[in-house]
Design a protein around this ligand. Sequence first.
Ligand code: ADP
Ligand code: MG
Length: 140
Amino acid sequence: MAVERTLSIIKPDATARNLTGQINARFEAAELRIVAQKRIRMNREQADMFYAVHKERAFYGDLCEFMASGPVVVQVLEGEDAIARNRELMGDTNPANADEGTIRKDFGESIEANSVHGSDSPETAEWEIACFFSRIEIIG
Ligand code: ADP
Ligand code: MG
């Protein structure tokens, strides 16, 4: 297995409930290192661009509105098999279907307001990281 980097976003529902530290503690306990991080508020254009892969889906407009509705914490996580391991820590997209002990099970409010985003492949991770971070902002 290789050391990978993945893009994580702590979504507006989680920042609103002051959960940044609790979510970051899950990553660190699982030996994922936070090698870049910033708190931002996306505007609607940025959210539309980030989620363009979903633009044909019925939930696209609502999702982009939600992601622009409050602060988010964007971050790069680094570790062995980081992309898949972060997806495991996150749990199923729908918190109701997520395994016990996952971030979405413990903190997610709904299938949309599910507290965290994580890249789903090496190609997406590379593109998503580049949406928010330049090379000198990522310090491993
Ligand atoms: P994941 O975040 O688990 O990779 P997707 O890439 O399929 O899931 O969807 C992106 C985001 O869109 C989800 O995290 C969630 O916030 C939202 N979403 C997905 N499916 C739905 C749905 N059926 N209704 C509302 N929002 C959804
Ligand atoms: Mg996805």
